[in-house]
Design a protein around this ligand. Structure first.
Ligand SMILES: C[S@@+](CC[C@H](N)C(=O)[O-])C[C@H]1O[C@@H](n2cnc3c(N)ncnc32)[C@H](O)[C@@H]1O
Length: 443
């Protein structure tokens, strides 16, 4: 007998549908899950799994409902259909179980009770027409890659040869990658420990270890003790490129939740200011640093308005600045599949302006000869390549330094060029998509 019985699928579908409605109303998956499970946190793993699966099939599921329903169902019913259709497109449960449990879920709620027969009919109808509907989905890019049309147009425009590869890679499940705290142990030591525990893992970067089977952080050896942290291998490239050593004054300008702050200190920086505008998120920097037994000065403030937390008269300029700017996050869709459905095309221009303001506001805080690393987890050129070109036009005292591989490519392609020895042949798209630019102040 298993230690903990799995919750009934009907219960999982009902809660996932409640979260789905919040998400389709514009809330993030994190928020939607928290709100829908306020009274049932015990269901979280199963509901999260069902919800993320549904979001990864959003476009196809909504298309299928449109094709099979005579008129648009009520939002509560549409939500239950979306999470149930996603289960029917996967293989975690038999078709019979999914349909049966979806109908039970419909019957259990006042808002969907009357539609139980409709839910049953639509799901069965889908199963009968599955092949032709799946072929339809494959033919249409927005359905196949689960992205809004405007997003596909941008990807296609910027990466005419690679956009399908990028879109496909973003549909895969993200790998679990850890950063080994170099102050505490070596990657080799950690790999040995994992091997002794029978946990399969591969080195995929200077401090990066890919754990082949994802697992909750509570089950990651050494996580609670701060020996390792969870951080994508692409994100781990940033800090070493900044080359911040002991004695340098370092500013991490958009710091929460503190992944890169901790990495900076692990690599030897001992005078780090971690700035964050959101006080609640700043607490997470503190938590992360404490877990890893590291120290940085945490400041809650607005990087766009340095005079509120930094005085040009009384303070020495920084030797290094890391600007991990707010962005569309179009490079981390496989980890956050809700992003394309929460963003609007107009957000790109709005975020581009914020990034330019941040760059301009922080540049005067850098000493001559100092370096600023600009990072966005985005594949859109306005936020990356074009942003830095415009910055260069505005600042004659900025020189762009070369990075080990082309900064113009999404990180998962950089990985191939930068670290072939660490790249696993079976996992060519191990990294998320980032844009990096290293700028030096010339005078
Ligand atoms: C991409 S995240 C940073 C991730 C972080 N560097 C890490 O590696 O864990 C961007 C952060 O910048 C913060 N932020 C946005 N605008 C800001 C501003 N004007 N000043 C300071 N922080 C800001 C956001 O609240 C968010 O926590």
């Amino acid at each position: 007998m298993s230690a903990a019985a799995s919750p009934a699928l009907a219960e999982v579908l009902r809660h996932a549908a409640a979260a789905w409605q919040l998400f389709r109303g514009g809330r993030s998956l994190d928020y939607a899950l928290g709100a829908a499970l306020a009274a049932r946190s015990d269901l979280r793993p199963a509901v999260q799994d069902a919800l993320y699966t549904a979001v990864r099939r959003l476009a196809a599921s909504e298309h299928i409902v449109e094709r099979l329903a005579a008129r648009a169902p009520a939002p509560e019913v549409a939500a239950l259909l979306a999470v149930s259709l996603a289960q029917l497109q996967g293989d975690a449960h038999s078709h019979y179980t999914v349909v049966d449990q979806a109908v039970t879920a419909a019957q259990q709620s006042l808002q969907t009770q009357a539609a139980a027969g409709f839910v049953n009919a639509l799901l069965r109808n889908f199963l009968r027409q599955r092949e032709s509907l799946s072929a339809e989905v494959q033919r249409e890019a927005t359905l196949r890659y689960n992205l809004p049309p405007w997003w596909i147009e941008r990807l296609r425009g910027e990466y005419p040869d690679d956009w399908t590869m990028i879109a496909e890679s973003q549909q895969r499940m993200p790998p679990l990658v850890l950063r080994v705290n170099s102050r505490r142990l070596t990657v080799g030591d950690y790999l040995t420990r994992l091997a002794e525990l029978g946990i399969a893992a591969t080195r995929v970067g200077a401090q990066a270890v890919w754990m082949h089977q994802p697992r909750p952080v509570a089950q990651i050896p050494g996580f609670a003790a701060g020996e390792v942290s969870v951080q994508d291998a692409g994100a781990q490239l940033a800090t070493p490129w900044l080359d911040a050593v002991a004695g340098m004054r370092v500013l991490d300008a958009c710091a929460a939740p503190g992944g890169k702050t901790a990495h900076l200190v692990e690599l030897g920086a001992d005078d780090v200011t971690a700035l964050e505008i959101d006080a609640a998120r700043a607490v997470r920097i503190e938590d992360n640093l404490r877990r890893c037994h590291l120290f940085a000065r945490i400041v809650v403030g607005d990087a766009e308005r340095p005079t509120t937390w930094w005085s040009p008269k009384g303070q020495i300029p920084f030797d290094r600045i890391l600007l991990d700017a707010p962005c569309t996050a179009s490079g981390i869709v496989r980890r956050h599949p809700d992003i394309p459905w929460l963003r609007r095309a107009s957000d790109v221009a709005q975020l581009t302006t914020v990034q330019a303001n941040l760059l301009d506001a922080l540049w005067p805080l850098l000493r001559v000869g100092g370096r600023l690393l600009y990072v966005v987890c985005s594949l859109f050129p306005e936020e990356g390549r074009a942003q830095i070109a415009r910055f260069g036009e505005r600042h004659a005292d900025a020189r762009r330094l070369p990075l080990p591989a082309s900064q113009l490519l999404p990180t998962f392609m950089i990985a191939a060029a930068a670290a072939p020895a660490w790249r696993d042949a079976n996992e060519p798209t191990l990294h998320d998509g980032f844009f990096y630019a290293l700028l030096e102040k010339t005078g």
